[in-house]
Design a protein around this ligand. Structure first.
Ligand code: DAH
Length: 357
């Protein structure tokens, strides 16, 4: 029995893998294994002999079984260690020390504008860039033969012969989003909509695609005074100055009554723009009280509600704030220009953290 024990315990200790270990198990403690054969011999023994040999065989069997189990666990551990060693993967990446991408000034300014109006309770609304002429014109009180349609140099989408869907245009302004958000939320409402717009025009201050931000506030007793305060707060925050002087000039837009264009006091001393001082005036936006017909088109009862709206060129206010002389450069994708005028990706504009740094 001692021979059997040392033979199997050595074999188990030397076993290289689980398959070998299984063979050893069958040979030693399997149904027809050596220990089983020995157990069969118990029958031929005398009662006294059996009393000694029986427990000894059982002890041998359990000793071999626990050696097998321990070895099996050790082999599994070793196999896992080996896998961990061989399947090791470096998931870290070294950081790039050189700054590659920058935030485009248009994105930066859109974020700045959004941060300022968000602080005043405006949320951001969106609409499609390809819209029907109803949203872009009719609903905004610009009927079919209104001269404003021609003035806007509209891009019309091609329509195949027999296509009787309503005509679609590339939106010429963000004003159609006024209608869409009135439809979506009703009154009261307070939204801005920054986004791309299109007109067939191209020179130093015009590109066929440019950006506007629309504003709309509707409530029971909103007046031009509210409009003026909101715009003053906006201009102060945006140009990061303590005081501004706004001038409301009577104007005409089909979708507002009364309408006003808004100028800010500025100086161009030494070729750089200073907002809030000087003898020059800079036009920055169009605005007014929402025309009753426009409220009706948006499904809002003009007898009950009123509001103000405004529309401002994002590219234009970006040029003014960041001293960009030619609008076309915004869309040239010139890397040198983007490195010069771009913003660090992680400097998200907030009112408390600073809009631009
Ligand atoms: N949609 C006008 C444009 O593109 C800008 C504008 C003027 C928007 C007055 C308004 C507004 O909401 O009230 O020129």
């Amino acid at each position: 029995m001692d021979d059997l024990k040392s033979k199997y315990l050595t074999q188990i200790a030397d076993a290289a893998d689980e398959a070998v270990l299984e063979d050893i198990r069958i040979a030693a403690v399997g149904k027809k294994g050596e220990v089983a054969l020995k157990m069969r011999e118990l029958g031929k023994m005398t009662a006294e002999e059996r009393q000694v040999a029986g427990p000894a065989l059982n002890a041998l069997k359990s000793e071999i079984n626990s050696a097998l189990a321990a070895k099996k666990a050790a082999l599994a551990d070793a196999a896992l260690d080996e896998r961990l060693r061989s399947e090791w993967l470096d998931v870290t990446l070294p950081t790039r020390t050189q700054r590659r991408g920058t935030i485009h000034p248009i994105s930066q300014v859109s974020e700045e504008v959004t941060a300022i109006f968000a602080e005043m309770g405006f949320s951001v609304a969106e609409g499609p860039r390809i819209d029907t002429d109803w949203y872009n014109f009719d609903a905004l009180n610009i009927p079919g033969h209104h001269p404003a349609r021609a003035e806007m140099d509209t891009f019309y989408m091609h329509r195949a012969e027999g296509d009787n869907r309503p005509p679609h245009v590339l939106r010429t302004h963000t004003s159609p989003v006024q209608i869409r958000s009135m439809e979506a939320t009703g009154a009261p409402t307070r939204i801005i909509c920054p986004g791309g717009v299109y007109r067939a025009d191209y020179d130093q201050t015009h590109t066929p695609m440019f950006h506007q931000v629309e504003g709309l506030a509707i409530d029971k007793d909103i007046s031009m005074a509210n409009l003026k305060w909101v715009l003053e707060e906006f201009v102060k925050s945006y140009f990061e100055v303590d005081g501004v002087d706004l001038r409301f000039r009577a104007s005409h837009f089909p979708f507002t009554e009364p309408s006003a264009e808004v100028d800010i006091r500025c100086s161009w001393e030494g070729g750089t723009l200073k907002v809030g001082e000087g003898d020059d005036w800079l036009e920055i936006l169009g605005s007014g009280m929402v025309h009753p017909k426009v409220l009706e088109a948006g499904g809002i009862d003009p007898a009950e509600w009123q509001g103000f709206a405004f529309g401002m060129g994002i590219d234009r206010i970006a040029m003014l704030k960041y001293g960009v002389p030619d609008l076309r450069a915004f869309f040239d994708s010139d890397l040198r220009w983007l490195r010069h005028y771009g913003f660090a990706a992680l400097d998200v504009p907030t009112l408390h953290g600073g809009l631009s740094r």
